[in-house]
Design a protein around this ligand. Structure first.
Ligand code: ADP
Ligand code: 5GP
Length: 186
């Protein structure tokens, strides 16, 4: 039996990465796809673990070779999911979660109609800004761009099958775990 594909998207700072990293640590049957990006690594980020960091030139070459399941320009950088990250694992029956933006989510749903799309948002715009600032990873320009883009991203909420309002981390993990268990049992 093939594995299930889950997508988690939502505005930058909502908490997607925090929740996703914690759940894959706890759920041994769920694997996180490592995305590729042209963004520069943040302090502490490791190549091949957080992302495959690459130049625009390399990313472009991989697009030409049709190596991506999906890719998009997000906050001024390219991000994409390599086919090699998911195809073998799905065939082996492993469940995979993609933490990708809303444009990528739309592309995945077109290719994998049974993929489950989960939208993760902060309880308010004020809280989103607080989390983006509190993360301490981005310059003021980057924070402002991400907040501006969050308004556009929020319009995709209705296209997503499930919504998690990330108030408390532990509670959000329980919600995501429940969604995954229900879908896997179908
Ligand atoms: P995203 O992956 O959606 O961009 P992150 O997972 O990096 O967001 O989270 C942004 C910041 O908010 C981080 O500093 C993280 O520790 C914090 N955070 C995540 N979830 C919560 C929560 N439920 N309550 C308070 N802070 C949170
Ligand atoms: P960050 O720079 O904060 O790590 O990620 C910025 C945005 O890029 C987030 O919305 C994240 O979900 C998205 N993203 C990360 N990886 C991918 C990917 O492989 N494809 C797409 N389309 N978006 C991605």
């Amino acid at each position: 039996m093939k594995g299930k594909l889950f997508v988690i998207s939502g505005p930058s700072g909502a908490g997607k990465s925090t929740i996703t990293k914690l759940i894959v640590k706890r759920e041994k049957t769920l694997f996180l796809s490592v995305s590729s990006t042209t963004r520069t690594p943040r302090s502490g980020e490791v190549n091949g673990v957080d992302y495959y960091f690459m130049s625009k030139d390399e990313f472009q070459k991989r697009i030409e070779k049709d190596e991506f399941v999906e890719y998009a320009l997000v906050h001024g950088n390219y991000y994409g999911t390599l086919k090699s990250e998911i195809e073998n694992k799905l065939n082996e029956g492993k469940n995979i979660i993609l933490e990708i933006d809303v444009q990528g989510g739309e592309q995945v749903k077109k290719k994998f109609s049974d993929a489950v799309l989960v939208f993760c948002k902060a309880p308010s715009n004020e809280e989103l800004e607080k989390r983006l600032r509190g993360r301490n990873t981005d310059s003021e320009d980057v924070i402002m761009l991400r907040l501006k883009n969050s308004l556009e991203e929020m319009k995709y909420e209705s296209k997503y099958e499930k919504v998690i309002i990330n108030r408390e981390i532990e509670d959000s993990i329980i919600q995501l775990k429940k969604i995954i268990e229900e879908e896997v049992a179908k």
